[in-house]
Design a protein around this ligand. Structure first.
Ligand code: ADP
Ligand code: ASP
Ligand code: MG
Length: 455
């Protein structure tokens, strides 16, 4: 099929009636039919998770109060958008709310919260928002087909971080989406959510709607994927921390993938993989200012050798594992990584010396178990409340003055770990979380705000 575009709107892009009307305006400019992927309204997924954990901890009153807040939030949206006469919409919302209540009571009475129930509840936000927008677009005379993506987005049964089954999804897309698009209809569907082959609801991990858009782009051989959010594209740093951050017109797939993997929340870390494989350009656009060009992400990097942006991650742990023998014996690293693999905990950064290895892992409840396992054959120290900072740009390794600029800016900063060189596009280091913001601001100033080679 030619000319298919996937257009994804994030939670802040549909946060209230005004924002939803803004989305409808943006879609008016689309002449050819497209697939529109929607997130839950801002804060809704958090609210759903809060209510289910209140129920699990024995506080049904709070759980039901939060459910009422969810209900009010969405009915207010329906009223403000003047959709209250759409009985099908109201019926669907009421049915889902009743289901949430039954699930909350079930969790409360059982006193147990499984990942499967958590996924089923957290998937509700996308159903609500997409159903409301579909009603709005229909009322405006658009030819729209609302699709429950769980019929298409088939995943494994890792309920909260489900892996999409691309081959099956491709087949389902051809069968269910392609005919609608050929017929000239917009397909409006949900991000983030999926289902196992047998129909049990799963989710793709927090922030997963971007990933949904990329997977649909892959499956439909789309010619572009647009991610609409609340900032003017991918910026030199998170503007919430660095007010002087500015947006980047172009990035390569590898740069964007690396930035998101190392903490730039503007894109879900898995988003670029399907796009990269089929060479589908990804554009990050600003819902608040549709005329802004945003960022275009393609295969080729503009200005290789320059650092493009700073990403960071809070709440990480540095685990230092020291071989208890004099030198690292054969097989030591293998044994050590096997422990992390058995607990299914990804290791992010690594640096090694002759007798010890330092590595970082994100927040995990399993850290003590892992440490106990490692202590069977090594000495282990753990430093919590750490942060990683990553400087990303294709071919930065080839740029000799870059390191000098960086280390000048880092003068007197307590560096716990440094990694550089494994890939050609990333210099990462670890500092105590307490100095993260100041360090990011200093680096941004040195790399992007002074007249020089890198800005
Ligand atoms: P959405 O709900 O649209 O998916 P997110 O909140 O997930 O939006 O992502 C957008 C946010 O990502 C921005 O508001 C911004 O604070 C944050 N962010 C972090 N790093 C960057 C960056 N390098 N460029 C732009 N935004 C960033
Ligand atoms: N609603 C989901 C979340 O809050 C997915 C997303 O917004 O991308 O994580
Ligand atoms: Mg997001």
């Amino acid at each position: 099929m030619s000319q298919v575009k996937i257009i994804k709107f994030g939670g802040t892009s549909v946060k209230n009636a005004e924002a939803m009307e803004g989305v409808s305006q943006i879609l008016k400019a689309e002449k050819a039919p497209a697939v529109v992927v929607l997130s839950a309204t801002a804060g809704t997924t958090d609210l759903l998770l809060q209510m289910v954990s209140a129920a699990a901890s024995g506080d049904l009153n709070t759980a039901l109060e939060l459910k009422n807040a969810l209900q009010n939030r969405h009915f207010e949206l329906v009223h403000k958008l003047k959709l209250a006469d759409d009985s099908e919409l109201l019926g669907a919302l009421r049915e889902w709310l009743a289901k949430i209540e039954v699930l909350l009571k079930g969790v409360y009475y059982l006193g147990e919260l499984t990942d499967r129930v958590k996924a089923t509840i957290s998937a509700m936000g996308e159903l609500f928002s997409s159903r409301i927008l579909a009603s709005l677009l229909k009322r405006e005379g658009r030819r729209v087909c609302w699709l429950d993506i769980r019929e298409v987005m088939i995943t494994d049964n890792n309920f909260l971080n489900a892996a999409p089954q691309l081959k099956t999804i491709r087949g389902k897309c051809r069968k269910l989406l392609a005919p609608e698009l050929r017929d000239g209809r917009f397909v409006l569907t949900q991000g983030f959510i999926g289902a196992t082959e047998s129909g049990v609801t799963t989710v793709l991990g927090r922030g997963g709607s971007d990933y949904t858009a990329a997977i649909l782009g892959f499956a439909l051989d789309a010619d572009s994927v647009e991610i609409w959010t609340d900032v003017p594209g991918v910026m030199t740093a998170d503007p919430r921390i660095v007010p002087s951050a500015y947006s980047l017109r172009e990035l390569s797939f590898t740069e964007a993938a690396e930035l998101s993997f190392f903490g730039a929340r503007v894109l879900h870390p898995s988003t670029l993989l399907p796009a990269m494989e089929k060479n589908i350009p990804v554009r990050v656009k600003n819902t608040l200012d549709p005329s802004d060009p945003g960022t275009l992400i393609t295969r080729e990097a503009a200005h290789p050798g320059r650092v493009k942006a700073i990403a960071f991650r809070r709440h990480i742990n540095v685990v230092t594992v020291e071989s208890t023998r004099m030198l690292m014996a054969f097989g030591f690293l293998e044994k050590m990584f096997a422990v992390f693999a058995n607990y299914r905990i990804p290791v992010d950064l690594i640096s090694t010396s002759e007798i010890s290895v330092s590595l970082t892992v994100g927040e995990t409840e399993r850290l003590n178990d892992i440490a106990a396992e490692l202590r069977k054959f090594s000495a282990v120290t753990i430093k919590e409340k750490m942060a990683s900072i990553s400087l990303v740009g294709d071919s930065i390794k080839q740029e000799p003055t870059f390191l000098k600029t960086v280390f000048n800016a880092l003068d007197r900063v307590n560096l716990e770990m440094i990694t550089f060189g494994a890939s050609n596009n990333n210099l990462s280091f670890v500092t105590p979380e307490a100095v993260l913001e100041g360090t990011v601001l200093r680096l941004h100033e040195a790399l992007f705000e002074k007249k020089g080679d890198f800005a």
